[in-house]
Design a protein around this ligand. Structure first.
Ligand code: PMV
Length: 328
């Protein structure tokens, strides 16, 4: 039996603009998906997944075609999560040259599903790591990141960026530009995450920005302006200047709003955080719903978000510096 875990992420800067070649900085957070894999005597796959979101819903799932969610979360989200597991297991079989290996898989996660925190990437990275270790193979981190990216690329019909899988594998703050990813130095950032309980449709939101760019010059300019904010953000990270990082997060949120990807719930949480004294706050990920990320050393933002009607969950998450971890 092998158990591995991998972190989720927030975008400190740069989502959406990264699709057009601007840099972005996702950061791994100390919220993990944990996957336990045990080889079976036959070639079947059995997946048990509980706590796949903060809502604590339960999913009983056996076999790749028999999803059976017991609950009040979108069935398509759960099915999507299972699609990632099947494809991750295929990568592990390929890496170990064991095409007929069967597994019992248990997934636990404290990362909300589909909310911009990279839950699927964390499950994929931890799943490939656990399954390959179970088969006696140790992948380098770069091979693991590459295989995890291939899974996301396949499951998301070619629409994946490398940001989530690279960040989840390596941990820390990451700079992404085109196909290039590297970890960069960052201070220990005091992230507070607010979650509205929902999820945006990434494909639709990305298509919306593309359409806006095709029609209005201001949208092109806005995407380039986000790139400028990211570059300034990299300097602030290097200098460890948290106040400046917060200011730049606020600008980044405003620019994302101009591109039409914020939502009333996200704006309410962003303003709740700012009014509580957060040094900065912005939506994270595709937008439309899901999560915001704020920076606050004190408890004030957490407390304020607990009383923000649109906020269903709030939690503190430090920057994760480990990336993927073999637990047992
Ligand atoms: O919501 P997430 O965490 O999947 O992030 C989407 C980020 C986008 O820039 C909007 C799309 C992408 O593939 O980079």
């Amino acid at each position: 039996m092998a158990t591995a875990s991998a972190p989720g992420k927030v975008y400190l800067f740069g989502e959406h603009a990264v699709v057009y070649g601007e840099p972005a900085v996702p950061c791994a957070i100390e919220r993990r998906a944990t996957v336990t894999v045990e080889e079976r005597a036959d070639d079947k796959l059995r997946v048990e997944a509980e706590d796949l979101s903060l809502d604590g819903f339960t999913v009983e799932y056996s076999g790749p075609t028999d999803a059976n969610p017991a609950v009040d979360v979108s069935e398509s989200l759960v099915n999507a999560a299972m699609g990632y597991v099947d494809t991750a297991v295929e990568e592990a079989r390929d890496a170990a040259d064991r095409p007929d290996a069967g597994f019992d898989v248990i997934i636990e996660s404290d990362i909300p599903l589909g909310a911009g925190l990279g839950s699927s990437a964390a499950v994929v990275v931890a799943g490939i790591e656990a399954a390959t270790r179970e088969l006696g193979v140790e992948l380098s981190r770069s091979e693991l990141a590459e295989r995890a990216y291939r899974v996301e690329h396949e499951v998301q019909d070619g629409q994946a960026s490398r940001a989530d899988t690279y960040c989840s594998t390596m941990g820390g703050a990451v700079r992404v530009e085109g196909d290039q990813c590297e970890t960069i130095d960052a201070p220990d950032l005091p992230f507070v995450v607010g979650y509205d309980g929902g999820a945006g449709d990434t494909g639709e939101l990305v298509a919306g920005v593309r359409a806006l760019k095709g029609t209005y010059d201001f949208a092109d300019d806005t995407v380039r302006a986000i790139g400028d904010v990211v570059r300034q953000g990299e300097d602030a990270l290097e200098a460890g200047d948290v106040e400046e990082l917060g200011r730049l997060m606020d600008f980044n949120h405003g620019l994302l709003s101009a591109l039409g990807v914020s939502a009333r719930s996200l704006d309410a949480m962003v303003w709740g955080a700012r009014e509580a004294g957060a040094v900065g706050a912005k939506l994270t990920g595709a937008g439309g719903g899901g999560c915001i990320v704020a920076l606050d050393e004190t408890d004030a933002t957490e407390t304020a978000l607990k009383y923000t009607p649109d906020c269903e969950q709030v939690f503190r998450a430090r920057l994760d510096s480990d990336g993927v971890r073999l637990e047992r």
